[in-house]
Design a protein around this ligand. Structure first.
Ligand code: ATR
Length: 281
């Protein structure tokens, strides 16, 4: 008798739009592993029961996406220190019968930044994060974990920016959106985590004049792949980092946990997902 194949899934509601099956399916195929990664649609009222039944149904873990992230936080038996500090999780697995959860977005952000601009930490000035939502939290904590010391959080809702700055610690300061030009002065890393500039969303109006000449501009929006922010930055000869790599890199730690191999983010994978984004644009 052959052993049951290891299965993982992405749980959301709806879940049809998720690109996780494409990413994990590519890794399973190219690494020649016996395994499956499926879509699992569960309404909020059914989410707890779905999690409970996962091991019985052959699932070793998975990803959790909207609208379940808050419920997951309450239901997980074991949260990593990072997930607890950030206040969210996106990757689950089972250990000694316990549901465990971690956040991998910070790993994804750093993985892609390291790969795109390997020397980004050298002579780093101020880092400016636009937004103070879930993604901004992951990125602010990821930067702080690398010892980055001057982080400005700029957000429309100033209370949210202040709360994030307080949680990360003394290395961060909160700014109101109207203070954006002040926050950007002499900055050398700018990261957009808001939904502004995304397809079907309002544009992001961010003056790049005050940035240092050697600044890096990173937009985590990946549809469109080249956002107006990145286009403007490129036209000014600034170094740019797009949002797609973060999506690909954040998937790797989950895959390693479920299937036992740390997968690589390759150009081939990137092209596959890029084509899919362009198709649905
Ligand atoms: P995510 O988990 O993807 O970070 P989120 O938690 O909903 O999503 O955060 C969205 C971010 O985009 C927030 O910082 C939000 O600002 P507020 O905290 O003030 O709501 C920002 N955002 C969304 N629409 C915006 C807009 N029209 N103008 C400025 N900021 C906007």
């Amino acid at each position: 008798m052959t052993a049951a194949i290891r299965k993982a899934c992405v749980i959301g509601y709806p879940v049809a739009h998720s690109r996780s099956p494409m990413i994990h399916g590519h890794w399973l195929r190219t690494l020649g592993l016996q395994g499956a990664y499926e879509r699992a649609e569960a309404a909020p009222a059914d989410f707890a029961a779905f999690l409970r039944d996962m091991p019985e149904r052959g699932y070793v873990g998975g990803n959790v996406t909207v609208p379940h992230k808050e419920q997951l936080f309450a239901l997980a038996g074991e949260l990593t220190d990072l997930a607890r500090r950030i206040g969210s999780a996106n990757t689950i697995w089972f250990e000694n019968g316990q549901l465990c959860a971690d956040s991998t977005d910070g790993h994804g952000f750093l993985g892609h930044l390291d790969a795109t601009v390997p020397e980004w930490e050298k002579a780093l000035g101020r880092s400016v994060i636009l937004g103070a939502g879930g993604a901004a939290r992951c990125i602010a904590f990821a930067l702080a974990s690398r010892g980055v010391t001057d982080i400005a959080i700029v957000n429309r809702n100033p209370a949210r920016a202040e709360a994030l700055a307080r949680d990360v610690g003394r290395v961060t300061r909160a700014f109101a959106w109207t203070e954006l030009p002040t926050a950007l002065r002499e900055a050398s890393l700018l990261i957009n985590t808001t939904s502004l500039g995304m397809a079907h969303q309002p544009p992001l109006d961010c003056p790049l004049d005050g940035l240092r000449e050697d600044a890096i501009v990173n937009d985590i929006v990946y549809a469109p792949l080249e956002t107006p922010l990145l286009r403007t930055a490129r036209a000014r000869d600034l170094r740019t980092v797009d949002g797609l790599g973060m999506l690909l890199h954040q998937a790797a730690p989950g895959f390693a946990r479920w299937f036992g191999v740390m997968p690589a983010v390759t150009d081939e994978l990137r092209s596959l997902v890029e084509a899919d984004i362009q198709k649905s644009a």
